[in-house]
Design a protein around this ligand. Sequence first.
Ligand SMILES: C[S@@+](CC[C@H](N)C(=O)[O-])C[C@H]1O[C@@H](n2cnc3c(N)ncnc32)[C@H](O)[C@@H]1O
Length: 207
Amino acid sequence: MKTYPELDNYLKRVALKSPEFLVKVERKAAHDDFPIIGPLCGQYLFQLARMIEARRIFELGSGFGYSACWFSLARGKEAEIHLTDRDPENKKKALQLFSAGRLKSEFVYHLGDALGELNKARGKFDIILNDLDKIKYPDVIEPAWKKLRKGGVLVTDNVLWSGKVYSGVNDSPTRAIRKFTKMIYSHPGFRSTIIPIRDGLMVSLRV
Ligand SMILES: C[S@@+](CC[C@H](N)C(=O)[O-])C[C@H]1O[C@@H](n2cnc3c(N)ncnc32)[C@H](O)[C@@H]1O
């Protein structure tokens, strides 16, 4: 999904290209219509992970590991990356992808409900990526606040939802994203900004 397709195309033309093993995955995801975070957000995840020297990263909704690859490219052996998904096929594909990219991070793939796995996880995280079913978004805020260290960051994909959030659409995913957005902007434990790349990426600093 792209909220501003022309802007997205321009930014993709000027931005640094993805490594070859990820370009192949990007093509396949486009062909299969699988919603990966894409190269512009991927580059941002890379930067963020380097900027805050992230060591422990938790993904809510990992699919076949594309977004996790960007974290791993940024932090290599320094990173412990927790992935979650309910589909065992995605886990298999992710492990193949990490090996194709010769990635060196420690990967822990949890199969099951993503929020349940986050609640069970030990210790604090530097980054949590929120990319699960949109109707669950409002339920992410409190667990994420508890599991992030102070100065850690919650990154949430699809907060512009192809523009539906400001176009009067009222289906349940759109309502949930609007509710999430309102809740997190008014939460005293987060300071947030929406970056309007691809489908809207919200970056929320845990204060
Ligand atoms: C948008 S895709 C993730 C893409 C991935 N972050 C990337 O950019 O490469 C969302 C994935 O989350 C999984 N998912 C959604 N809600 C979930 C939940 N509540 N628990 C576990 N997995 C979930 C879906 O099976 C799907 O594979």
